[in-house]
Design a protein around this ligand. Sequence first.
Ligand code: GTP
Ligand code: MG
Length: 647
Amino acid sequence: MKSWEGGPTAYAGPTSPVRPGRTELGALATAPGPVSLWLDVLDVTIRTCHEHGRSDLVAWLWQRRAQLLDPHLRVLVVGAAKQGKSQLINALINAPVCVTGDDRGTAVPTVVRHTAEPTAHLIRRAAPGTEWTSDAAGPQDRIPLALDRLADALTETLAGQPPGSIDRMHADVGVPRSLLAGGLQLIDTPPLPGLPAAVPAALERVRSLVTDGRADVVLFACEAGRELADAEIALLADLAVTFPSLVVAFTKTDYSAHWRRDVETNRMRLVQAGVPATVVPVSAALRARAAQTGDGTLNGESGFPQLIQLMQNLVAAKPDRLARATVGMLGRIVTDQLATPLRENLEAQRAETASSDAVTRLHETQRRMDELRKCTTRWQSRLADEVGDLMSDIEHDLRERTRAVIARSDEVFTESDPLRVWDDFEPWLREALLETAQTSLGWLGERAAWLARSVAAEFPPELGDVLPSWVPGVEDLPDRVTGLDSPPVEKFTISQKLFTGLRGSYGGVLMFGLATSLAGMSLINPISISGGALFGGKSIREEGKSLLKRRQAAARAAVQRHVDEIYIGLAKDAKDSVRRVQRALRDHFTSVTEDLQEAIVDSLRTAKAAAEQEVSAREARARRVEQELIRLGGLQKQSLALLQAPA
Ligand SMILES: Nc1nc2c(ncn2[C@@H]2O[C@H](COP(=O)(O)OP(=O)(O)OP(=O)(O)O)[C@@H](O)[C@H]2O)c(=O)[nH]1
Ligand SMILES: [Mg+2]
């Protein structure tokens, strides 16, 4: 091809015909060698997206598939305003087909392609997203533009269009150029909004441009005299994810004295940002002058021969290397997008394992089982402790009460003669002992009921009322309180009194008789008889007192023995009762525990089965997800292999 071709009708060289069969998808799909390889990977990727229900990705990949099978290489020229985009295209084909100038810019995308005869139309598409092709609209929506004053004609025609319709318009320019005849199509675009200051709007716009413009290659234009802005680097980094061939053209090199230094700085920045782009410095002004003067050296200095070579290489690379690399990138992105929700799903499943209903129920049931075990130990200890306390308390109570009865009896028999008071004392004693027995055993009943409640309190409250329906009592005790016969008492009979009186008076008579005999009186005289009577009376009184004391002591001893016997009997009855209560409560609470244990074991079995079922279902789900992730990993590997395949 010539380095330049002047004017839209100046093309004289042979056009490169479109290779036969390359436009037909079927022909390419079945083509042997590398084509079928990347196409196979792409088709598997599309199928996988379909299986994952990602219709958005399917549509996107179908569009890229059709595009890759299209032999044309569509180069989308983008960038900030006034960076020389339109001039670059004009200079590439040496024809003023794109609107340029400081006073007016590009208003609608302009597709510049090869035609045998120059043509220019403004095309009104059915919808903004409709493909920018020459046949994107019917004849009534194809507005012819004057070829000799194309830029003015386009500007004027656009000015006459209803507001809001510009979004659905693009210009379609056909020129006979050998460069374009190879299948290259150049697309000029309006400036990206927000650049070079901010990236979001530009990013959104460039994404819709590459989709609607069916771009194969993106050429980003930037003036050579400045550094790429951060927003521009970010935008290029985003494009580099889906476009294996990014070209950054530094324009207007004639305008900047230090363009080489600036271009190197920008190249370094791109490398540092990880943007694999081919950097081409160009000057449209030098190219135009070279075309006018026919100066080959100047044309070389303009940088356009390198750019043309690059474009031709890309056209040649499209069916194989470029398509492979594109499919590799698409495969990597798509498999990542498909794998992300699967990985999240896997994570969520793992998180669910700890918090699932069945597992929570299982843990809760195990906790209840542990609680029941602890509770069993607690209530058994509580029962044993309380029974021990009750035994000692009841014995002590009985002992105290019977001691009080004995003390009262002692008082009675210290002051009174058992002979006289026994008939009144004996009923009192029986009554007092009966009352003691009733009070102590009644208290024992209350303590037994309290004991039952205190053992029941050791069970967790959520189990409800575990008290026995019966009240542990102390019924059917033998009647231990019996009557007490009068103890055998020594009575002071008349003959004993007479004998004691005579024995006492004998001494008195003798003593006084001997004393009075000294006075010459006989041994038996009135004085000695009086003395004898005195001594006899005293002996009778002393003997009477001594007999009373012996009776009282005998009565006290008899009462004490009697009360002790009753105490021993009552204490035995009380202890037996406590043991009976203990056995009854132990049996009751053991049966309550067994019932609870049975119920918990049942629910433990059910919860375990449910948890196991859930775990195995989850594991099966996780296995499926993992297998799918492995499959996606394999697909991604194939895609990466396409990226790394030698050119
Ligand atoms: N000196 C010099 N000026 C240039 C060169 N390329 C473009 N220009 C000038 O830069 C200005 C803008 O050029 P355009 O090609 O319209 O820039 P653009 O990026 O298409 O502008 P918009 O369409 O508004 O985004 C015009 O005045 C051009 O003449 C160049 O290589 N050298
Ligand atoms: Mg422009």
